[in-house]
Design a protein around this ligand. Structure first.
Ligand SMILES: Cc1cc2nc3c(=O)[nH]c(=O)nc-3n(C[C@H](O)[C@H](O)[C@H](O)COP(=O)(O)O)c2cc1C
Length: 401
């Protein structure tokens, strides 16, 4: 991502801004640099890592880099807007924060901080089943568009109870994750753990990050607050509960499960993690409101295609009959524009907003959203597009040979 073309043999020396002044953070990469400064190694492996050879993870950014804009000039771009409808409601930009589990590893009440940043900006926040703040507490965040990511594990009573609570909390949309029944093998994360706990060297490294320890560890390890009551009493420690949930994931998750959930959940329902065109065709007839294409941030199936690779075909299949979200690799406003031009109705951000969270809490989340928004709006001006209706595949050309 680093642009070296204006450097000659490393001169002038360039450095991302990793300091404490939020106003000086220019891009998501600056927030990422600060995240790397503040977080211990085992937390960074959890945040950054992908499965296996990390080939899927690498493909996320590679796929985006294969598309270039073909700018139009002499267009009046004095008034530009990136406002859009997201799942039937107006939004300042077509973006929602993606679900991530275990945010409590980054800081105490991280889920609430993500929700606050999102609500202040006016975009939805997706809380994960593996989150650490109670759904009911996050729901209290003023002005929040609250979405919930559902994992199906254990007995029927777990997903049914989560849906009941989601309805009571005013959750708008359920994102049913379809690609994590078999836990992705994140080998680099495993290398800094023994029996699911940090190695002695990773634990020592954590002691060298006192600011992280002060905002996180002093309150004890996070717990999976929303599902802990379903976990057998003798398995409720942090590490044991994570393993229990992983083991209990329904390997039999199927279209029948989708039908059961559809019957019970009256709000919006999105299938998260589809990529195959036949699955998108099948989704069309399943009564869901949409699909979120993606690879779980490269953390599940290695060597797979990514959302951007299948977006144009997915749009062709879905037409205007279904919402198409995508996730994977969004770090720039231009990334968002590329996904929208290729057929997405909105993008989901995982790491970009998590870098904001790790660097500066709720303010950092808001700042990350502002960066993506402003970059996208400026880029629209540069390519001669005034609103999203005018943005289509003709704005791009593929560099793939
Ligand atoms: C630390 C982390 C934890 C995640 N946890 C979940 C999860 O619990 N459920 C889920 O459906 N997706 C999860 N994801 C995947 C994200 O929802 C999203 O699809 C992905 O992060 C998008 O890629 P990006 O990080 O490049 O934006 C997680 C991603 C990260 C980085």
């Amino acid at each position: 991502m680093t642009n070296v073309t204006a450097q000659l043999d490393g001169s002038p020396k360039r450095r991302l801004y990793a300091g404490p002044d939020l106003e000086r953070a220019k891009t998501i990469d600056d927030l990422r640099a600060r995240t790397h400064k503040l977080m211990p190694r085992f937390v960074l492996e959890y945040l950054e890592g992908g499965a296996g050879d990390e080939a899927t993870l690498a493909r996320e950014r590679e796929a985006l880099s294969e598309w270039r804009f073909v700018p139009r000039q002499l267009v009046d771009v004095s008034h530009r807007s990136i406002e859009a409808e997201v799942l039937g409601k107006p939004s300042p930009m077509p973006l929602a924060i993606a679900p991530s589990g275990l945010n409590g590893l980054f800081m105490l009440h991280a889920d609430t901080a993500l929700a606050e940043g999102a609500a202040r900006f006016g975009v939805p926040f997706t809380q994960g089943t593996m989150s650490n703040d109670l759904m009911e507490d996050v729901a209290k965040v003023e002005g929040l568009r609250h979405w919930w990511q559902l994992y199906v594990f254990g007995g029927d009573e777990i997903w049914q109870e989560l849906l009941r609570r989601a309805e009571a909390c005013g959750v708008e949309a359920i994102l049913l994750t379809t690609n994590a029944q078999i836990y992705g093998d994140r080998e680099w994360e495993a290398r800094v753990q023994i029996d699911g706990k940090p190695t002695p060297s990773a634990a020592f490294d954590a002691t060298l990050h006192p600011r992280w320890a002060a905002t996180t560890l002093t309150h004890g390890l996070p717990s999976f607050a929303n599902v802990i009551d379903f976990i057998p009493k003798d398995q409720r420690s942090f590490f044991a509960s994570a393993t229990w949930i992983r083991d209990q994931m329904w390997k039999s998750l199927s279209w029948d499960t989708v039908a059961k959930i559809r019957e019970r959940w009256k709000g919006k329902l999105i299938l998260k993690g589809l990529l195959h065109p036949d699955d998108i065709r099948r989704a069309l007839g399943s009564g869901v409101d949409g699909v979120a294409l993606g690879t779980h941030g490269g953390r599940q199936e290695d060597w797979s295609v990514v959302a951007l690779d299948v977006l144009p075909q997915a749009r062709e299949i879905a037409g205007d009959r279904m919402t198409l979200l995508m996730s994977g690799g969004i770090r720039r406003g231009t990334d968002m524009l590329k996904a929208l031009a290729l057929g997405a109705d909105a993008v989901l951000t995982g790491r970009a907003t998590l870098y904001g969270l790790c660097a500066h809490g709720a303010d950092g989340v808001h700042r990350a959203l502002q960066m993506l928004h402003d970059e996208a709006r400026d880029a629209m001006g540069q390519i001669g597009v005034v609103d999203l209706k005018a943005l289509g595949p003709d704005a791009l050309v593929s560099m793939k040979s």
